[in-house]
Design a protein around this ligand. Sequence first.
Ligand SMILES: Nc1nc2c(ncn2[C@@H]2O[C@H](COP(=O)(O)OP(=O)(O)OP(=O)(O)O)[C@@H](O)[C@H]2O)c(=O)[nH]1
Length: 599
Amino acid sequence: MDQSHIRNFCIIAHVDHGKSTLADRILEATGAVSPREMQEQLLDTMELERERGITIKMTAVRLYYKAKDGQVYQFNLIDTPGHVDFTYEVSRSLAACEGALLVVDAAQGVEAQTLANVNLAYQNNLEIVPIINKIDLPAADPERVKEEIENVLAIDASEAILASAKTGVGIEQIMEAIVQRIPPPSGDPNAPLRALIFDSKFDTYLGVICYVRVVDGQIKPGQRIRFMSTGKEFEVLEVGTFTPERQPGEMLATGEVGYLAAGIKTIGDARVGDTITDATRPAQEPLPGYRTAKPMVFCGLYPVDGADYTDLRDALAKLQLNDAALSFEPETSAALGFGFRCGFLGLLHMDVVQERLEREFNLNLIATSPSVVYKVYRTDGTVVDVDNPAHMPPPTTIDHIEEPYVAATILTPKEYVGPIMELCRERRGEFVHMEYPAPDRVLLKYDIPLGEILMDFFDQLKSRTRGYASFDYELAGYRESKLVKIDILMNGDPVDALSFITHRDKAYERARQIVEKLKEVVPRQQFEVRIQAAIGGKIIAAESVKPLRKNVTAKCYGGDITRKRKLLEKQKEGKKRMKQVGSIELPQEAFLSVLKIGD
Ligand SMILES: Nc1nc2c(ncn2[C@@H]2O[C@H](COP(=O)(O)OP(=O)(O)OP(=O)(O)O)[C@@H](O)[C@H]2O)c(=O)[nH]1
């Protein structure tokens, strides 16, 4: 299609503001799917995504729209994941577009994630079309939301479209705005091929499928292509688009969005953000902005039953086929046995992987509490990355330690500013900035250690603001901190999987909190369990769990075997997710106690 008739765009929105619903309406309006065959929210494909109501992996669909000017336009709608863990992927999918539909809930107004996504859209020079959605709601207040869009996002909202993705109001106006307000792509068809990979997926039959935006030149089957970051070459087997079904085609032209398959075996060879060029006539420069997604959060995953170890390894390898950001390597813990140290982009990514391992692969796992990567500068001048508290070098060999920080943005109604500032202070946050972008709304900026965010920060923020504050962050480099490792001992034996790292000034308080928490979650055993927290060899907090007197089966009288079996079955159920550590059985909660100690 003629380049001037192509529109590449995405939808950016805060969670639940109506992105998927609007995408469905757009699909419907172009006749891409009949409403009947349309499953709700077609773009979210993974079952887990649908259940959690979040978009994890993005896709692209091609639609044809006949505009009021009588011309037919090619729309490429690129879906973006709406979560801070996937900021890099979001930024690459935005880089594949010329415009963005900005969806803001007419009752909720602008939220922190909207702000973060708009900033990414600006960085990619996108034309932003503001849409105020859900105007059918009784609580809708479009005028106030317009004001917020102008004050918080610095976007002219005078031409914002008032819409309801639910009732269909405003959808036609949105379709016309895509044609009129979003510019067509401006690449050079005669220049050497440059295509941006903004997503990749593994397909059992085709190998890796790359979602690409052709910036210059074109891609055809049979062409020899080169990935500019690795230099690896492949022959294109198939190109095409999703409409939303996969539709093989003859070529992807300049400015177009689609997929290609080239018999690529591992997703690591087709990384998001990389540039594809023609191997026989390569481009001089790759497209800007490439980097490899680096895991930021690590945890240990151990099978409850040691016999499942190889199954766990195979399952992780399978997930990795589709997830270049997931890393894992074997790890042994004195307490938990053989398992894997796994790296994730963030907490959500970690939760999703764990849930898939348990659900799709039927594994029963113990996860240790997540950790960030510390940079440890040793007295001998070497620097080591430590992603497992148990591997922290002895204090005498450490010169200083650095930890990762994030720049956090919080948007909140005025009345919660106090509780939020208190929470940030408790989490060693450094105040950066505060402004009042709209009546009753406050924008706060803090620098906070990422390690503190991992500890239940989000839930705390939600509960202290009754769900009214929104929060987003970006990574903001490493800073020196006075950190210490706290070891947990059970009946005198250190449990390596429970060690954690915390700030020196918080050490006593947190040690106290964790032993109290553990006292609650460690089930009573036949003997007393002493729980202690220590720095080096020094005990700084202690509690104990009183022994259990009665045996469960002792309650059954004599011969009633079914009754007895029932009780034992029940006990077995309760045993799920329990791990024998020395002579003590620990439940999964025990390993995550450290996350809950900021409460
Ligand atoms: N009343 C009303 N409800 C709407 C409208 N648009 C969407 N919703 C509802 O709002 C909720 C969230 O909509 P989604 O489309 O799933 O939101 P989303 O932004 O895609 O959410 P994520 O995929 O989690 O980012 C759903 O229950 C929708 O039915 C609207 O115009 N009016």
